[in-house]
Design a binder for this molecule. Structure first.
Ligand SMILES: *Cc1c(COP(=O)(O)O)cnc(C)c1O
Length: 373
């Protein structure tokens, strides 16, 4: 095909994709302009063979310290992954490998009922039993249920800081107390909330990071609220030795070993994440989260004025609305051009108020929602 023909084909396909303007279902958004710039500059960079790309490797090292500092400890160890799924797999794989080496045969982990579906993949790949703890009235994990599920084969407790469906934050401080007391690894899945909660006005109510002794590991996704390009996740361990539990040797590369799950690994997304965080700094991130939370409150208030109640009062920028006939409402909103998602238990309309959402769109959405309901 000619260059022109390929370009035309690309444009044709691109037109079929949705633009984010009326997407209220996704935890991803447009990358920041400086992320796109950095991504393009480092397009060929491969952190899977980092000896060839020491500059990119330096950025990754600095990023780990920056994100660690935001999450309570700059002296943490990790790498830029492809997202929350890889980070969760690696967290569980690290502690599984360690306990296997110690001679444990059968192992289980305890996750909240609200856990992301990546834990179904983990059960499948890692051959650990995944036990699900029940929730309290506000859809946080019930700490008593977690304690009851712990047995001699429990190697890890998972807490979620910003659940995918409801944006709720589990009582991580209490989970950290239990984990520490029993010597169990605590993984905090902050894929979404990790770059939201540190900027909330009530952040002290939702402690979830390395400032809590019992927290062993955190997963956080720059390609969600960090406005980086895809694929940018981040896994952080309190101790260096967990990376060793993940390492294999890499004979024909410029490095000796590799702890990441993927081999060839985009340095572009690392550069993009680095660029956004350097450019915005904490003050810039604060402004973005403030605006998302302001619009979240505006949406909930508008819904309430029209007799529609939220499932929980939003903690982060995720809104879930209780309506009759959830699927019909979602379909009717789709017909009006809005993409929303739904939750399973309880059933509700789910909206994520990402940085691409504006006040004007919130108002237009509320009008359509009220009509449809
Ligand atoms: C999005 C999300 C994940 C999965 O992240 P991917 O980047 O899609 O792999 C895991 N856990 C939570 C809480 C999430 O919100």
């Amino acid at each position: 095909m000619s260059r022109e023909a390929v370009e035309s084909l690309l444009r044709e396909k691109k037109q079929k994709d949705l633009s984010y303007e009326r997407v209220l279902s996704s935890m991803c958004t447009y990358p920041h302009e400086i992320a796109a710039y950095a991504h393009k500059m480092f397009l060929e960079s491969n952190l899977g063979d980092s000896g060839l790309f020491p500059g990119t490797k330096e950025m990754e090292g600095e990023l780990i310290r920056m994100i660690g500092a935001l999450l309570g400890n700059e002296n943490v160890y990790g790498y830029i992954s492809t997202g929350g799924t890889e980070s969760n797999i690696q967290a569980i794989r690290a502690i599984r490998n360690r306990r296997k080496r110690e001679g444990l045969q059968a192992m289980n982990i305890i996750v909240p009922e609200t856990a992301h579906f990546s834990f179904d993949k983990i059960a499948d790949i890692l051959c650990v039993n995944v036990k699900k703890a029940t929730l309290d009235d506000a859809l946080r994990v019930d700490v008593n249920s977690v304690e009851e599920l712990i047995d001699a084969e429990t190697i890890c407790i998972v807490g979620i800081a910003g659940t995918t469906e409801f944006g709720q934050v589990d009582p991580i401080e209490e989970l950290a107390g239990i984990a520490k007391g029993k010597g169990i690894f605590l993984h905090v899945d902050a894929a979404f909330g990790g770059l939201v909660i540190p900027f909330l006005a009530e952040k002290d109510k939702y402690r979830f990071d390395f400032s809590l002794d019992g927290v062993s590991c955190i997963s956080v996704d720059p390609h969600k609220m960090g406005m980086s390009t895809i694929p940018a996740g981040c896994i952080l361990f309190r101790e260096d030795s967990y990376l060793a539990n993940l390492e294999v040797s890499t004979p024909y590369l410029t490095t000796r070993g590799q702890s990441s799950l993927t081999g060839t690994r985009s340095g572009a997304a690392t550069a993009a994440t680095f660029a956004v965080l350097k450019y915005l700094g904490r003050a810039g991130m604060q402004r973005i989260v403030d605006e998302c939370m302001r619009l979240t409150r505006l949406l909930v208030q508008g819904a309430k004025e029209n007799g529609i109640q939220p499932v929980i009062e939003p903690v982060t920028n995720v809104v879930t609305l209780s309506v009759e006939e959830v699927d019909r409402v979602a379909e009717a909103l789709k017909a009006k051009g809005w993409t929303v998602s739904t939750t399973r238990k309880p059933k509700s309309i789910r909206l994520v108020i990402m940085p691409h959402v504006t006040e004007e769109r919130v108002k237009l959405f509320l009008e359509d929602l009220t009509t449809v309901v």
